[in-house]
Design a protein around this ligand. Structure first.
Ligand code: HEC
Ligand code: HEC
Length: 251
C-alpha cells in the first residue's frame, strides 16, 4: 500500500519535473517567438511592407485615386482606402473580365477597366489590395476645395431612417460594409460617386451582366429608392464621415 503510494508519489514527482521542464522550454520559446515577430513588425514598419513591384503598382493607383487613396473628385476616381479586401479584389476581377466597366455609357468604368487589364501580376496586386484595405480614409487635399453639400438635421433624420430600412441590413448600420453580405463600405465615398453608381445600377450600366450575381443583387436594390429619398440617404451616409455641412432646421 505504502509502496504503491510511494510509487504514485514518485511518478507524480517525475511528471511534475517534466512539466516544469516543458513549461520552462515553452516560456523560452514564446519569448523568442515574440521577440522574433516584434522585430518583424519593426522591420515591416521601417520598410513600408511592400515589395518593389507592388510599390510601383501602387504609384499608378495614386495617380487617379489620390495620394492617400481616398479619392479624387476631379478624376471621378472613388476613395478605396479602407475598403474591404474582398470587395477590392472582386471589383478588379470584374473590371478585368468585363462584367464591370464595359457598358458604352460607363466612361469612368471604362477608364478603370483599361487600367485593370494591365494588372497582370497577381502577387503584387494582392499585396497592393491588402495594403489599401488597411489604410485609413483621409480626405484628399484636392477634394477639400470642392463645395460641400449642406443637409438639414431633419433631412439627415429621414435619411437615417430610410437607410436603416433599405440599405443597413447589407451595408451595416454605419455604412461600414459587411463582408458576409458581400456589401462594400459606403461611408467614405463621395456624394457624386454614390449617386452615379446608384444610377448605373438602376439603368443596368453596372450589374446588368448575367455573370455578375452580386452586381445584379445591388441593381435590384437600387430600384427601391430614388429622388429626394435617395438624396437623403446619401446625405446621411456622407454625414458619417463629415463630408457634408449640417444646417439647422429653421430654414
Ligand atoms: C486612370 C485613372 C485610374 C487609375 C490609374 C486607377 N484607377 Fe481605379 N478607378 C478609376 C475610376 C475613374 C474608377 C471609377 C469607376 C466607376 O465609375 O465605376 C475606379 C474604380 C476603382 C475601383 C472600384 C471602387 C469601388 O468602390 O467600386 C477599384 C477597386 C479600383 N479603382 C482600384 C484601383 C487600383 C488598385 C489601382 C492601381 C493598381 C487603380 N484603381 C488605378 C480610375 C483609375
Ligand atoms: C441585399 C443586400 C443589399 C442591400 C439591401 C443594398 N445593397 Fe448596396 N450593394 C450590395 C452588394 C452585394 C454590392 C456589391 C455589388 C458588386 O459586387 O458589384 C453593393 C454595392 C453598392 C454600391 C456600390 C459601391 C461602390 O463602391 O461602388 C452602392 C453605392 C450601394 N450598394 C448603395 C446601396 C444603397 C444606397 C442601398 C439602399 C437603398 C443599398 N445599397 C442596399 C448589397 C446590398
Amino acid at each position: 500500500m505504502s509502496q504503491r503510494l510511494l510509487g504514485i508519489n514518485l511518478s507524480d514527482k517525475a511528471s511534475c519535473l517534466t512539466r516544469d521542464k516543458i513549461s520552462f522550454r515553452s516560456v523560452l520559446l514564446i519569448f523568442f517567438l515574440s521577440f522574433f515577430s516584434y522585430s518583424q513588425v519593426v522591420y515591416a514598419a521601417k520598410h513600408n511592407e511592400l515589395s518593389q513591384k507592388a510599390n510601383q503598382m501602387l504609384t499608378v493607383c495614386k495617380d487617379c485615386h489620390g495620394k492617400n487613396l481616398s479619392g479624387q473628385e476631379m478624376l471621378n476616381a472613388p476613395a478605396i482606402a479602407g475598403q474591404s479586401l474582398l470587395y477590392l479584389t472582386r471589383q478588379i476581377a470584374k473590371f478585368r473580365n468585363g462584367s464591370r466597366g464595359k457598358h458604352k455609357d460607363d466612361s469612368t468604368g471604362q477608364q478603370m477597366a483599361s487600367i485593370a487589364i494591365t494588372l497582370n501580376d497577381p502577387e503584387s496586386l494582392l499585396e497592393v489590395n491588402q495594403y489599401i484595405s488597411r489604410l485609413t480614409f483621409i480626405e484628399e487635399v484636392t477634394n477639400l476645395n470642392t463645395t460641400k453639400a449642406t443637409a438639414s438635421i431633419s433631412q439627415l433624420r429621414l435619411g437615417s431612417n430610410y437607410y436603416q430600412a433599405k440599405c443597413g441590413a447589407c451595408h451595416g448600420g454605419n455604412a461600414q460594409g459587411n463582408d458576409k453580405m458581400l456589401a462594400p463600405r459606403l461611408n467614405h465615398l463621395s456624394p457624386t460617386y454614390l449617386l452615379k453608381q446608384m444610377a448605373n445600377f438602376s439603368n443596368a450600366t453596372r450589374g446588368g451582366g448575367s455573370d455578375d450575381k452580386y452586381g445584379r443583387q445591388m441593381a435590384m436594390m437600387a430600384k427601391i429608392s430614388a429622388g429626394q429619398e435617395l438624396d437623403n440617404i446619401i446625405m446621411f451616409i456622407n454625414s458619417l464621415t463629415n463630408k457634408i455641412i449640417v444646417s439647422d432646421d429653421n430654414e
